[in-house]
Each structure stands twice: as structure tokens, then as C-alpha cells.
Design a protein around this ligand. Sequence first.
Ligand code: AHR
Length: 505
Amino acid sequence: MFTCTATIDPDFVIAPVPRRLFGSFVEHMGRAVYGGIFEPGHPEADADGIRLDVVKLTRELGVTAVRYPGGNFVSSYRWEDGVGPVAERPTRLDLAWRSIETNAFGLNEFMNWARQADVEPIMAVNLGTRGVEDACNLLEYANFPGGTRWSDLRVAHGVREPHAVKMWCLGNEMDGPWQVGHKTATEYGRLAAVTGEAMRRIDPGIELVACGSSNDRMPTFGSWEAQVLDEAYDVVDYISLHAYFEERDGDRTGFLASAHAMDQFIDGVVATCDHIGAKRRSRRKLKLSFDEWNLWYESRFAGQENLSWARAPRLIEDEYTVEDAVVLGNLLMSLLRHSDRVTTACLAQLVNVIAPIRSESDSVAWRQTIFFPFALTARHARGDVLRVEPVAPTLHSRTLGDVPAVDVAATRDPETGELSVFAVNRDETQPAALRLRLAGAGAATVAEHLVLGGADLLATNSEQVPDRVVPRSSTGHQLDGDRLTVELPPVSWSLIRTTGRPAGA
Ligand code: AHR
């Protein structure tokens, strides 16, 4: 057993917990839409084909916002194909995933689903094969009240009230050679700026996201962000980040410390944004939208170029282990501690495609292991995110260098004084004793202590055994005045919630 210490002080506030931090992503890809959220004829589907079992799990997951319709898919998508009478919609080739797209599901069906799932829709526009005009047409269709060509078309399609979509992504991963219509940073930055400017003339209240790098291993990472923002800084509100983690080069410690890599990635993008802001003497600070993040065993994926044309094929339906859930819980802690700048994040994706929720056609839907840390964090990260600086021994990772063995994040609800502490032990063999000093916020009792990990690290949930992995309750804690000691098993994620005193009590 080794020891690690930290102070949790309600005065050290990073930012209020941004609700959009618990976003997710639904792309027209694989079985995310068809056979995922939408399956007409399924016993659990409503009259519109929406799978209500998946809606129920989406609500339980605590997802607050969902980005749609892509992803790589959006870069050759014609949104008009997906509205109007279904029988008249064309079947098209989706160039991103070599799939046959029937367009049976489109914008209005998504908005209907989003209402049922109680999530805010986030839309992406096609800046791969299209540009200013089509983005404006889509925004007019979605958000303009009526009396114009595109808004009246929406009304004619049976949707009287505008969808009032607030957040719009200007393209997707435009730096990636795999992206249809990919561009240089300057080409894209200019297109994003003029598209965003034109869109704002239609709806000044929208929030705009420029594409950052597809990941921080891209050779252009850093300079891409700088060049794009040289063109678009004054127009956009956010720059995007995408990252998928897996064990690389046999470095398990590095994988367990993926949140450390996420911290560095975010810090790098913040520095680049602020560099461009400083150069422009701007008073605005850009926010970050981490609008694709997850674990993805990409090395097992044959690649887009090797797919054959099919309708809603099974694509990257990764099965997640307990160890994956520990890493995912830790990634959420990284997002929380950057909540002064990262105010939107989307777990990619929601159903079937690298997802916390799985479903089978004509069968059940179930929770993958990664469902639990997400749902628990979304539910219990309330109020303010507190700055926590744990003092812990380090582990050596081949790819990341020395990384702390233990990570801690905390939130506190000033209304109730309730504290939620999230902790991860990355050590593979030793438990950790986490000694917390609860400064100025003496906790009354430990209300809940849940653990994932510590054993059965390769266990998974499946259609046949959907509840093999669930978080377990722990008694491995001791509260003595303002001292809380928590035992963290090797390779584990823990949530400890205390009741407390509201501010001033
Ligand atoms: O989420 C799967 C894919 O990953 C998305 O389509 C793309 O944006 C990213 O490369």
C-alpha cells in the first residue's frame, strides 16, 4: 500500500460544472442510427421507429447534448436528402464509411429523438463537399421561424416550431487526409470564418465551433490550430479537440494514464488559442469543445478504405472491459479539471459504434462497462469543480514519461455542501491510501462509496450477461473530522460522496 494526499478546499473553484461536458455523439455510421437509436418494427420502438429502450438508457447515462450527424459522414452529406416524405428520399453512397445511406432517418427524426432523450442537439455542417450556401440553407431550415423558402419547407414537413439549435460545428476533422474534401489549415480557416459569419446573419445567437486537429499525433497539430484561428478567431466561440485512446506500443502504464495525455493535449490547445488571442490583442478567450473522445481499439480496425458497401454494417463495435471503464472515468476527471476552458465534450459515440450503450436488432439494449463512470460522473459532478493537487508517487510510462500513480478530481454543490470526489489508482499491483483534508467543508457523513476495478479487469458485459460488471459499494473509507481516508484498489476508479455543510453554514 502506498499513500497519497490532497486537500479539498471549497474556496479553490475552477469553474461551475458545465452541463455540456456530458455530451455524446450520434453519427450516421455503422449501427449507431439504424439498429441503434432507430429501428422501426423493434418491439421497443415507438410509432416513429425510435427505440425507447435506448432512449431510456440514454437518459440514465445522463447525456446532456448530442452532436449529429457526423463525424466523417457529414463531409459528403446532403442534409436535404434526409427531410420530407421518407418514400421520396434518395438512397445515396456514404463516402466516409462506404455505406449505403437510405436517408430514412434525418434532421427532423433526430430532433424528435433528442426531445425524447432530453438532450440538446449539436449540429455539424458539411464543409467537405459543400460550403457557405448549404450551411445557411440548413440553418434557415432548422432555426428560422417561417415565411422563407427553407423555413417554410420545414413547416411543410410538419415541423411548425423552429428547432432552435444553438451550437454548430463548422465541418469535421478537416485536417485529416481521410476526410472527404479535406483542406489546408488556411483554406479551412477561411471557409470556416466566412461560413460562420454568414450563418450568424441568419441567427446571431448561435455558437460556432472550428475544427482543431483530428488528434494531437497529427503532424500539423499546433500549427493547424494557429493557422485556422488566424483566419477564424473573431468568428468562432470554440475550437474542437478529438482523441481516442488505446494501449499503444505495449505501454499499459501509458494507457492507464491516458488522462495525463488528455491533460497535456488540452493544455497545448489552450496555449495555442491564447497565443493567437494575444497576437490579436483580443479580449475574448476561446472555449474548447472536446467533441469526440473515448477509447477506441483503432489498431484492430481494418480502415475505411477496406470496407465494402453495405447498409448499416457492424462497424467498430468495441467491447469494453473494466480496465477501460477505469481509464474512461479518469478521462472525465481530466475534462472536469479543465472546465474553465473545456465547456463542451462529446463521448464518441452513444450507441453500438465505440459506445457505452449496445443494442441488437430485434433484441435487447445493454450497458457497457464504460457506461458506469460516465453515468455516475454526470449525475454527481454538481456545482463547482474544485482545484485538487494530489501529491502522489509516480509510475514510469514508456510513452508519457513519469505519471502520477493516483489522480483525484472533486466537485462541490454550494447549495447542499455535497462533495463528490473522483479518484483513480493507476498502479497495477498496489492499493493506495488516499488521505484527504476537507478544508473548510467538514463532511458530515460518507453518503456513497462506489468502486469499479481492482479485480476482473478484463470482464465485460454482453447481450447474454448484461450485468456482469456493475460498480460495487465499498466500505474502504474512514472519516474523522476533516480527514477522509479512502482505500483505492490497484487499477480502480472510485466515487466518494459526502453530505456536507452548504457555504456559510
Ligand atoms: O467516431 C468515429 C470517427 O472518428 C468520426 O467519424 C471521425 O470524426 C473520427 O475520426
